[in-house]
Design a protein around this ligand. Structure first.
Ligand SMILES: NC(=O)c1ccc[n+]([C@@H]2O[C@H](COP(=O)([O-])OP(=O)(O)OC[C@H]3O[C@@H](n4cnc5c(N)ncnc54)[C@H](O)[C@@H]3O)[C@@H](O)[C@H]2O)c1
Length: 263
């Protein structure tokens, strides 16, 4: 895998992957609207500044890339207009540029909020149909759907990762269920880059959490082996924390324009 374009590379997960996807002979091409840190000594990176909503920028960014990891966008609820412009149209611009440049594989950052209104009963398969809890979750459902279209029509490998909560620690009871450690994020995205002929897939992006609600099977089929478990943070979550609601999306994702708090 010679050149991997990472959109949204200056963000949190982009930073985790920048250090964890380094490999001899692999160039990481980092695109973001926000400036990226300069290359460290010996680091094989190319830094680009621009928006995923700009087709000309994406044409340049995808040229001779072997894979795209598309992280750029609003990482939580936003206005309808912004979700459509950045998260939906931006994703289409990325997929279309990848297709035109002949990039064979695109990995899309989806979210558990695609199924945020699914009830917390049992273990949820990775490809359960959308029940979004926000415009943000709706936008990620569209992202997955666009990925399916580009796979089926053009034969591109497209993997949608329904990332749970990717932070250094869990923060709350909801995070106990959905945590993806930074190191496991590295392992998972590496598996997404290297799995032979994945076709179109939706997988959960979570660690091996004892209290997990997300099926590990689909990501394991790509070769991902999670090594971390949120249980190590159990003592830090207050006993009266009710963020892990009856719904997978939890209680914390209060909406803006929709105007009503989560049930
Ligand atoms: N962190 C999590 O737990 C989590 C959970 C589920 C899904 N995700 C998804 O993963 C992705 C990365 O999340 P994150 O936590 O690193 O968020 P982040 O906000 O830290 O990073 C997103 C990056 O995208 C960039 N960006 C925004 N609009 C852009 C545009 N038009 N063109 C180019 N770059 C743009 C931002 O400057 C930022 O650096 C997002 O798509 C988010 O929805 C994250």
């Amino acid at each position: 895998m010679g050149c991997v374009l990472i959109t949204g590379a200056s963000g949190r997960i982009g930073g985790y992957l920048r250090t964890r996807l380094r490999e001899p002979g692999r160039t990481l091409r980092l695109l973001d609207t926000a400036p990226a840190e300069a290359a460290a000594a010996g680091e094989d990176v190319e830094i680009m500044t621009g928006s995923v909503t700009d087709a000309a920028v994406l044409a340049e960014a995808c040229a001779e890339a072997d894979a795209v990891i598309h992280l750029a966008g609003h990482p939580r609820e936003h206005t309808w207009r912004e979700i459509l412009t950045v998260n939906v149209d931006g994703t289409r611009t990325v997929l279309e540029a990848a297709r035109r440049c002949g990039v064979p594989r695109v990995i899309l950052a989806s979210s558990g909020h695609v199924v945020g209104f699914r009830e917390n009963e049992g273990i949820l398969p990775a490809d359960s149909s959308p029940r979004p809890d926000t415009y943000y979750g709706f936008g990620k459902a569209v992202l997955e759907s666009l990925g399916s279209l580009y796979h089926s029509r053009f034969g591109m490998d497209v993997i949608c990762v329904r990332i749970g909560a990717c932070f250094p620690d869990v923060g709350n009871a909801h995070g106990m269920q959905l945590w993806l450690s930074p190191d496991d994020a590295g392992r998972l995205f590496e598996a997404c880059l290297t799995a032979p002929e994945p076709g179109y897939r939706i997988v959960w992006g979570v660690s091996a959490n004892t209290r997990g609600r997300c099926s590990p099977r689909e990501a394991a089929e790509l070769g991902y082996r999670a090594a971390d478990d949120s249980e190590r943070f159990a003592g830090t979550v207050p006993a009266d924390d009710d963020s892990a609601s009856a719904y997978l999306g939890g209680t914390l994702f209060v909406t803006t324009e929709l105007g009503v708090p989560m049930r």
